[in-house]
Design a protein around this ligand. Sequence first.
Ligand SMILES: [Zn+2]
Length: 327
Amino acid sequence: MGLRPNLLTRRTAGVASTTLALLLSTAAVGVVPAASAFSAAPAGGCVEPADVHTDARVKAGAHAKHEPNELTAAQVREREADLAAALAERSRFRAGAGAAPLATVTIPVVVHVIQRDSTRAGGNIPDSMINQQISVLNQAYSGGTGGAATAFGFQLQKINRVTNPSWYPIISGSQAERSMKTTLREGGKNTLNMYLGELSNGLLGWATFPKKTLDKMDGVVVLGESLPGGTATNYNQGDTGTHEIGHWLNLYHTFQGGCSGSGDSVSDTPAEASPAYQCPTGRDTCTAPGLDPITNFMDYTYDSCMYQFTPGQASRMLTAWNAYRAA
Ligand SMILES: [Zn+2]
């Protein structure tokens, strides 16, 4: 498949900004979020344990005290064991029912636009940006921007506009987020619910990982202005959506686990010691083979810098789909 001119521009822009990115990278060191900085559980009451099923993307320079939900090694082990169990369960089920695993998947997408009021500054993202976001997802997941083709395509099913100042901004891990999702979530485990709005703490987005049982919290939350043409400078080509949906389809960050162990549980993404910001071409933080995968959608670089999933990631997403989200 050929590249669309604007996608070529994106990739070129990533290379062109290298010098600036390298100059700025020193400044970014101080804002690298602490690994495994989970939000503290709210005091009192019956609360869930730290949720290993969510993950977030942050802007370079954001002043978030905690990046919610980067996973610890123990949480990754727990999730990998859960995946193995889910696969075994599905395999037994299929042996009886004869249903074959899906090879291609069209994901219905319900977009909830959370607004404070009817102004653009109040969250009123136009339909045109949402349609462009769906196009960006289809390009990214089909390999149309230069990466591996995955099994996934996306079909916009509905745009649900909600004016509710108490859900604006959307605060990660808050009771208001729970209330919003419990009220709004639609569809089964195969339905992608995307919540757009202003977000707390400079976050670009966060997502839930798949689980065996459907949870009302399931879905991705994305900064509305990160959609294509939005005002989030360097993060306004729609790849926050691409990245968060990667988590929703069971991908970890490329820097998961650093230089040691099984890293992100994908064999063809070179190990990376820490998140990469901006577009630091040539970065190589581990002695293991391969440069850091800064162009991978599951790193933290600028949208113009990231343009690919690997075949291993495509395979992991499809495996997880069949284990967790297929009907
Ligand atoms: Zn992430």
